[in-house]
Design a protein around this ligand. Sequence first.
Ligand code: F0G
Length: 383
Amino acid sequence: MTDAPPSAPTPGLIERYRDRLPIAGDATPVTLSEGATPLVRLEHLPEAIGRRATVYAKLEGQNPTASFKDRGMTMAITRAREEGARAVICASTGNTSASAAAYAARAGLSAFVLIPDGKIAHGKLAQAMMHGAAVVQIKGNFDDGMRLVREMAEETGAAIVNSINPYRIQGQKTIAFEVLEALGRCPDYHCLPVGNAGNITAHWLGYCESAPSSGNYLPGAFSSRFGLERYETRQLSTRRPVMVGYQASGAAPFVSGAPVAAPETIASAIRIGNPQSFDFALAAARESGGWFDAHSDEAILEAQSLLAEREGIFCEPASAVCVAGLMRDLESGRIPEGSTVVCTLTGHGLKDPDIAVRHARGAVATVEPEPAALKALLLEHLR
Ligand code: F0G
């Protein structure tokens, strides 16, 4: 360490977990103080369906660019800069592009982002544009973009910062460390939305590394596929949670067991038919005793509203699918009463204001600027 002040007074996750990340000792992190997100107890939802369970939401929307992607991006961009890359490239349903654009801007690198034509939420588009990325709409979906990214990376020498970049997964695994530290124990179930399947892979990697000697396949397979060191150094827990992955019904390759040619869902972040980390995600579910399930757009929007109205938490539709899933699985008993559950709420609701304004149950009223009319209206809304 030098005497120079750290780049951020609030340490980012590379500084906090350097001993468990594949990062050179003298590498200066490209950081926006990501991670250390709140773990908030849900006080009303389990009771709303008459079930007793201790449910927490990990608010990943409180990362610097308002999604979990920043955990992986601090690693991927730090690494790209160390390796002398001039540019980074990604395909994205929106959040990866926002995060890549922000971290690339900070590192002084060019960012090329490929997004599905007209299919990303406005907040995310605004972020990529504001951070100065070269934003290209592909007349196709995320899976088409992913194919092009692989080709263009070779042609241009840009570093790929999608989650096929193993450093992304390494950064994202830190969510498991934070959950274990905050709870002081391992949750029984960890529920999360699944799209390209990097995040469930990362969660499981983090949990496996925190309960060493597990003999699980994924950490070893992951390390050897990418030639990375294994970090099974900290016994934070003796157990690992059951991993449960939820998808949107119109984009559910893990439920059908095969790629989906034309994925469709209102949860645009997870509108993905051909997940890149398919095998790793399957391993995570199998090894943990977990499962995948899918929910309709209606159920996703209902869960998003319930969280906002009853818990005061505003997440984006893709994130809400795991709450829709949790509620159904609690109700059916698949997740037993008395369980401790963590849901990863992957992105902030403000990312997608159009959906919120279109589907929110609360209407906006217009009145004359006079007390009588206003008072009548307000009294109608007393709870
Ligand atoms: N939730 C949100 C808000 C996302 O943006 C994503 C993925 C996921 C869940 C699924 O995570 O892909 O690791 O299984 N968004 C990517 C993107 C694909 O381009 O922003 P995953």
